[in-house]
Ligand binder design. Structure first.
Ligand code: GTP
Ligand code: MG
Length: 198
């Protein structure tokens, strides 16, 4: 797939603000600061359309980006950010859960994991939750540029074990710096959105 246009649409803070045009949606999930916004920017070849920051926990809404006038990337709030209160964290969790459970046009979730760390308890919970809901998942192991190819192989193995990734479950090794894995991610997105066109 070639991305020829991308446009920021809205930071939705509630279901009333979600688009109603029926276009398919691909959501990005992952812990705070893992590189969700950077992945979107890399896929669409824009430096900073999806806002990135060194300040984790900044994304508190569902950020919608319209791609090729055909589908949306939905940047979800990051989980696991320790510096916000428990109440706020629970609120975000409920907000994300409701979206994942109820959103009919959701075609798949890109679940992003940092290649340098074994999956956290929350990473595993998110993965299991997505499977439980019957949502198509692509696990994207990002920041690959931070490790040598050898180290990448070792960590990918550990992360697959940590998430209990089955042989039929899809994953890609990615870097927003080098673009490694970009084509794999785009091919999966295209596949997930295609069901729409019949
Ligand atoms: P929140 O919206 O706060 O949850 O964060 P996020 O998941 O959107 O992360 P973001 O894309 O803002 O990236 C966080 C930091 O990681 C930034 O400093 C990025 O430059 C850096 N980063 C993201 N992806 C990569 C990558 O593939 N390689 C390297 N080296 N750095 C990355
Ligand atoms: Mg972000």
């Amino acid at each position: 797939m070639k991305i020829t246009s991308s446009e920021y649409i809205i930071s939705a803070v509630g279901p009333g603000q979600y688009p109603e045009d029926g276009l398919p949606e691909i959501a990005l999930a992952g812990r705070s600061n893992v590189g969700k916004s950077s992945l979107i920017n890399k896929l669409i070849n824009r430096k900073n359309l999806a806002r990135t920051s060194g300040q984790p926990g900044k994304t508190r809404a569902l950020n919608y980006y319209l791609i090729n006038q055909e589908f949306y990337f939905v940047d979800l709030p990051g989980y696991g950010f320790a510096k916000v209160s428990k109440e706020i964290r629970n609120e975000w969790a409920k907000f994300i859960e409701r979206y994942l459970e109820k959103r009919e046009v959701l075609k798949g979730v890109i679940h992003i994991i940092d290649i340098r760390h074994e999956p956290s308890k929350e990473d595993l919970m998110m993965h299991d939750w997505l499977l439980h809901l019957g949502i198509e998942v692509l696990t994207v192991i990002t920041k690959a540029d931070k490790l040598s190819r050898n180290q990448q192989g070792n960590m990918v193995k550990k992360i697959k074990q940590g998430l209990k990734l089955g042989t039929s479950e899809r994953y890609a090794v990615f870097s927003s710096e080098t673009g490694q894995g970009k084509e794999d991610v785009l091919a999966w997105v295209e596949e997930m959105c295609q069901g729409e066109k019949g």
